[in-house]
Design a protein around this ligand. Structure first.
Ligand code: ATP
Ligand code: MG
Length: 510
């Protein structure tokens, strides 16, 4: 295998307006190697790979492919060189089928017509590359975020790329899905494909990477082997030590009060007779596998989705179903799983996005304090260290992790007392994670309550007071966090799956 780079970014720089976001960085992508890019939210990782993908052009420096200087004026030019890119924010068309999405831009034609049968066959073959068995006629919009991500990866792989760029591909995936993705990466590695990999999960770096380039504030800090100890990687990345990963403190000393009570909640498709309550000062985690119904419960509480039976009350007062405004006025804040589609107005400024819930709650009274709200937005943005040029920057141009912090800031400013967090630290760097945990502590110390859906078991065990485990749409058990372990949570989470398998085995045997 030839060891010379497929692609080189040579001393590239990039500014947006007056702000330099990449400052003289060099990266090599070698055949059969995985080059990891590591850095805090906003460090410039996605901007770098967008230069490789033809989305952004460097202002200074050169791009070399096979040692020759090239221009990549658009994504087509990059694709022509065999570069496939999975961007951080998904690029699929929700209203089209899986098959249509996979063949988008290169539909097989027969006698001038789209050859549907071949299109579906191609799509099934592409999915098979990553061991995924989905009905290719399904609309992409109906899939969960994890499956959408996998469809996009399948699509990129089906292009026969010689270089594959993965910008946080694992952020929304389960352990099993990550394992199958890594198998695909191994396979591509042995075929000499060069890869660029971005992830905030440090444990994945040693598992999959060869070399790590660390960025800080758009500058190159170091290139180290992927086997470098995690503590050292963190130090290079944030420039300081982070000692306490889960700083859960239980400081609330006020009167006991049930802030949120869910009784017998059922929805049409998924959720079946779910009951739990959350006290002032408490963090309750909803644990379970993807598809266990956790997000559905959260969305029903937030007033987004209807339910067929049950009651939801805040401070003893029943909430009307399917009424987002009423939920906000009752003090409920919701940080959704998919911030791009559900959480943010990407074309609007950071300030407007942060102010949205406050305005939605106060506009009824007819008084809107724009100046006061801007001041509060600035304070909270500073506290959360949202990296932006000013409150007027559009949210769509913030880095992924900073978009997540913006949704958080909204509810802090709105003074929500019951926060519903759906995968709150997905795509968030190690330093910012701790900041979000501190915020959770601040909210509960002030007498608020937090319901957190998280697929990260260490986060669940580290931050929750109580763990409500869901399986197949219902509550399979509740555990106090002190005595819970990863194993005890998992065994409740897979209980239904386990039963199904046993039932099937019994049937097969008889
Ligand atoms: N189109 C744009 N206009 C203005 N600023 C931008 C634009 N794109 C990126 N930036 C800024 O460039 C900086 C780097 O962003 P980038 O998306 O590369 O970060 P990142 O390292 O990928 O972070 P994350 O881990 O959060 O995804 C950020 O401060 C961001 O606000
Ligand atoms: Mg990014």
């Amino acid at each position: 295998m030839n060891g010379s780079p497929i692609l080189t970014l040579d001393n590239v720089s990039k500014a947006f307006g007056p702000v330099t976001v990449i400052d003289g960085v060099s990266v090599n992508v070698l055949p059969g190697k995985v080059q990891v890019l590591l850095g805090e939210n906003g460090a410039g990782k996605s901007t770098l790979i967008k230069m490789m993908a033809g989305v952004h052009q460097p202002d200074g420096g050169r791009i070399l492919i096979d040692g020759e200087e090239v221009q990549l004026p658009d994504t087509k030019a990059s694709e022509k060189h065999g570069i496939a890119t999975i961007h951080q924010e998904l690029n699929l068309v929700g209203t089209m089928s899986i098959a249509e999405n996979i063949s988008l831009g290169r539909l097989p034609r027969r006698f001038g017509l789209v050859d549907k049968a071949r299109m579906k066959e191609d799509a099934r073959a592409a999915l098979a590359l990553i061991g995924l068995d989905l009905d290719v006629d399904r609309q992409v919009g109906e899939l969960g975020i994890a499956h959408q991500q996998l469809v996009e990866i399948a699509k990129a792989l089906s292009l026969n790329a010689r270089m594959l760029i993965l910008d946080e591909p694992t952020a929304a995936l389960t352990k099993r899905e990550i394992a199958s993705l890594f198998k695909v990466v191994e396979d591509l590695r042995s075929r000499g494909v060069g890869m660029v990999f971005i992830s905030h999960h440090l444990d994945e770096i040693a598992a999959i990477g060869d070399s790590v380039s660390v960025l800080r504030d758009g500058r190159f800090i170091a290139e180290v082997p992927a086997t470098t100890h995690e503590d050292e990687l963190v130090r290079l990345m944030v420039g300081r030590d982070i000692d306490q990963q889960f700083p859960r403190r239980r400081e609330y000393a006020g009167p006991a009060e049930t802030l949120l009570e869910v009784r017998g909640l059922s929805t049409k498709g998924m959720v079946n007779n779910v009951s739990f309550s959350v006290q002032a000062g408490e963090v309750v985690a909803l644990a379970g596998l993807v598809g266990a119904g956790r997000t559905e419960v959260i969305r029903a509480i937030a007033g987004i989705d209807p339910y067929t039976s049950g009651t939801i009350s805040v401070r003893g007062k029943a909430l009307p179903p399917l009424n987002v405004g009423a939920a906000i006025r009752a003090g409920i804040g919701h940080v959704p799983e998919d911030r791009k589609v559900q959480g943010l107005v990407l074309g609007a400024a950071v300030n407007e996005n942060i102010g949205y819930a406050t305005l939605a709650a106060t506009a009824r009274a007819g008084i809107v304090d724009f100046a006061g709200q801007r001041k509060r937005a600035q304070e909270v943005a500073d506290k959360l260290r949202i990296r932006m040029s000013s409150l007027d920057q559009t949210v769509g141009s913030l880095s992924g992790g900073n978009q997540q912090k913006t949704v958080f800031a909204r509810w802090i400013v709105a003074g929500a007392t019951v926060l519903l967090l759906d995968e709150p630290t997905r795509g968030v760097d190690v330093g910012a994670k701790v900041e979000i945990y501190e915020l959770i502590n601040a909210i509960t110390a002030a007498g608020g309550a937090v319901v957190m859906v998280s697929s990260e078991l260490p986060e669940v065990l580290g931050m929750a007071d109580r763990i409500v485990v869901m399986s197949g749409g219902h509550v399979s058990g509740q555990l106090p966090a002190e005595s819970a372990t990863q194993d005890s949570v998992m065994s409740l989470a897979v209980r239904d799956v386990q039963r199904e398998i046993e039932d099937k085995q019994m049937k097969d045997e008889s």
